[in-house]
Write a protein that binds this ligand. Structure first.
Ligand code: NAP
Length: 303
């Protein structure tokens, strides 16, 4: 593992800028990396599977860093179209890694807790990957491509809370959409994650580009919460939607395999951050009193 100083970063490309985490990065850049040129790319602006268009843009922008958020990010979409999932999640990541490596730029790849099967929980970076899904498999394959080169970062995150430009990407939005449609929801009391506000993820990424030695890091909230806990917490912020929730258990679930405990140990990344990674419940409690419309702002003052 090598330590590289990236204090000279001036131009950063953010892929997946039309998605959840990418939009938070672009929306908070003025606050955390004022003075940098941050170029957010949506799929509409550049299809990353178009190799020659990507290379042409790279030559034009000559970025010092790239935060690669673009992905087929839903497990169901990956399962339904594994060929596309491999092309976007693995091949595109490999291509961007090669471009970054050849030009001395740093690549930050956003990966997932779904690289694990959830049988253990509190996973550290040294635990072996054990994905259950095509989504997880593609992320493991992409991580290997990135980590084969010096100077790059892989950040595995968990459920990110926030509002996306398309209104349908985060678990918060999934809940809101279900409640608006009066669709009853059953949430597992025995399936655990470490949720984190996307605005906090974005702040951390902006710091880690400069401060973190190359390698693999877990970046998630400091509290392990069940899906049921999460649903109840969110319901308390949206009473006007008359949220309807029922507790369920993985023991009664008959669908494709699910990972029961994907909680992440984030001790390693903490050493490179100037702020405490919050627990999700505590973070929400500190937001009480601010209008819900401001809760998920990328530049939320409380971050
Ligand atoms: N959000 C979470 O809770 C979470 C948790 C763990 C890990 N992650 C990882 O974090 C990263 C960002 O997640 P996210 O939630 O921000 O995902 P997202 O909202 O689905 O955004 C991903 C973006 O990538 C774009 N994209 C897909 N194929 C593309 C292509 N061929 N060329 C250019 N852009 C393309 C998508 O465009 P379209 O929408 O137009 O298809 C979308 O805007 C992903 O790698 C994801 O796996 C996210």
């Amino acid at each position: 593992m090598s330590t590289v100083s990236f204090n000279s970063v001036r131009t950063v490309v953010v892929t997946g800028a039309g998605g959840l985490i990418g939009s938070y990065l672009v929306g908070s850049a003025f606050r955390w990396v004022a003075g940098w040129r941050v170029v957010g790319l949506t799929r509409h602006e550049l299809d990353l599977t178009d190799r020659s268009a990507v290379e042409e843009l790279w030559q034009r922008l000559k970025p010092e860093a790239i935060v690669h958020c673009a992905a087929i990010s839903k497990a169901v979409a990956c399962r339904d179209n594994p060929e596309l999932a491999r092309r976007v999640n693995v091949e595109v990541t490999g291509h961007l890694t090669d471009l970054a490596s050849a030009s001395g730029a740093r690549l930050v790849f956003i990966s997932t807790d779904h690289v694990f099967n959830g049988q253990q929980g509190a996973y550290t970076e040294t635990d072996p990957a054990s994905p259950l899904t095509v989504y997880g498999e593609t992320k493991v394959a992409a991580e290997r491509l990135v980590l084969a080169h010096e100077r790059h970062l892989v950040l595995r995150t968990s459920l990110n809370a926030g509002l996306s430009p398309t209104g349908d990407r985060s678990f918060v939005e999934e809940l809101i959409l279900a409640w608006r449609a009066r669709r009853p929801l059953t949430l597992f009391t025995d399936e655990y994650r470490c949720p984190i506000p996307a605005a906090v993820t974005a702040r951390a990424i902006w710091e880690l580009i400069r401060t973190a030695p190359s390698g693999l890091y877990h970046l998630a909230g400091q509290e392990r919460l069940s899906r049921w806990d999460l649903g109840q917490l969110m319901a308390s912020f949206y009473p006007e939607l008359e949220p309807s929730l029922k507790p369920g258990t993985l023991r009664d679930y008959g669908g494709p395999a699910r990972a029961p405990d994907l909680s992440l140990n984030c001790d390693k990344v903490r050493r490179h951050l100037s702020f405490q990674l919050p627990g999700f419940r505590g973070w929400l409690q500190r937001q009480r009193g601010i209008p819900v419309k401001d809760l998920w702002r990328p530049d939320n003052e409380a971050i």
